[in-house]
Each structure stands twice: as structure tokens, then as C-alpha cells.
Write a new protein. Structure first.
Length: 208
């Protein structure tokens, strides 16, 4: 059983788990974890790796279930995210083919983070030709043989070695400025490699 957290424009390691044959569950009843990929993704800008954060509504009780976390629209984070993505990828080979399908993220106001992430995931699955439908947990799952809820994480101290994933290199927009930066948001791969994205992810899977 593979256990994943909810994720905003998830990275390549995260999506590689959708190609396993194991039962795949997205945790819907954990408490929201700050400074994680639940409301954050990483792209490659002209200045290097950049994090994009979705602000969430804070309350007195910080132990909010992930499915109940509301997005905060007080600041215009949608405009900032879209501007950053356009600046980073508008010259990439497949930007024009993909951008229209994700504009809803920046043009509509989905109330809940979990629901937004699921809608994003549906679009990504269609581009990667993934037909499997993940199970959303009805209650918190204590443990799993393959638990990636907290190990697929932006902070290196939280990451655990994943022997089943080895990032395959691909073309990146700013490869003349930077060495290859692995495991960015799926946006980086899709905008740069388009139809080859699925094969590149499959090449990154080293499951015994």
C-alpha cells in the first residue's frame, strides 16, 4: 500500500508512485503540515529553484484536518504564481499546449486546498496517461509499507532515501545557466518535455 499526502502541483517522485501496482491512497484525514508540499511546489526560474506557496487560512486551532483547510485569498497569490510560471516557462517547448488547462488554478477561487490539489492532479494524470484513481482515506492511517506522506518533502532533513526513485535527466529551460535540478514540480517536466514526460517518469522508477 502506497500512502501519499495531498500535494500542490506535485513533484516527479510523487507522481512516480502512480505507476506502481500497489494500492495507492491519498491521506485525507491527517492534520495539515506547514512548510510541506501540501501547499507548495518548486519550479525552475531564471534565478534558480523557486518555491510557490498557497496561503491558507489560519485559526486558533492549528490542528485542522487537511480536507478542511481553506485557501486564503486575502493576498493575490494566484496572480503571483501565474506570473512566476509564465516568466519561467513561456519560452519552453510545450508551454502553450498546457497552460490553458491549468489556468483554472489562478482564475477561480476553490475554497479548500485539498479539493484544489485533487483537481490539479486530475489534469496532470490526463497528460501522463494515468488512469488509476487513488483512494481518499476515510480515516487517518497510522502506517503503511510505503509511507511517503512526510518523506517527500521540501526540507532535506525530512526526506528519506527512496531506493525506488532515481531522477532521470531531461531538458530544462535554463540548462545553459544551471546544472540539472532534479525532482521539481511536474510543471517543469511537462512544459519542457510534453509527451515524453510519462516515459521520463517511468525511466526514473527503479522498483525491484
Amino acid at each position: 500500500m502506497i500512502l501519499l499526502s495531498s500535494s500542490y502541483f506535485p513533484n516527479i517522485q510523487y507522481l512516480s508512485k502512480f505507476f506502481w501496482n500497489d494500492k495507492l491512497i491519498i491521506e485525507g484525514n491527517e492534520n495539515f503540515q506547514k512548510q510541506s508540499f501540501r501547499n507548495r511546489c518548486e519550479i525552475l526560474s531564471a534565478n534558480g529553484k523557486m518555491s510557490l506557496f498557497v496561503p491558507v487560512v489560519k485559526g486558533k486551532d492549528q490542528k485542522t484536518k487537511i480536507k478542511d483547510v481553506r485557501i486564503d485569498y486575502f493576498t493575490d497569490w494566484q496572480k503571483q504564481h501565474l506570473k512566476s510560471i509564465e516568466s519561467a516557462y513561456n519560452s519552453s517547448p510545450f508551454y502553450e499546449y498546457i497552460i490553458d488547462d491549468i489556468l483554472f488554478v489562478f482564475k477561480t477561487k476553490e475554497p479548500f486546498l485539498f479539493d484544489l490539489n485533487l483537481k490539479i492532479l486530475d489534469v496532470i494524470k490526463s497528460y501522463l496517461d494515468i488512469d488509476r484513481i487513488p483512494i481518499i482515506s476515510n480515516e487517518y492511517i497510522e502506517q503503511s509499507d510505503f509511507d511517503y506522506r512526510n518523506s517527500i518533502h521540501p526540507k532535506s532533513k525530512m526526506q528519506k532515501k527512496d531506493n525506488d526513485f532515481f531522477a532521470t535527466k531531461y531538458y530544462q529551460t535554463f540548462n545553459d545557466k544551471f546544472d540539472f535540478i532534479p525532482n521539481l514540480s511536474i510543471l517543469d517536466l511537462l512544459f519542457n518535455e510534453g509527451p515524453r514526460s510519462r516515459d521520463i517518469i517511468l525511466e526514473s522508477i527503479k522498483k525491484a
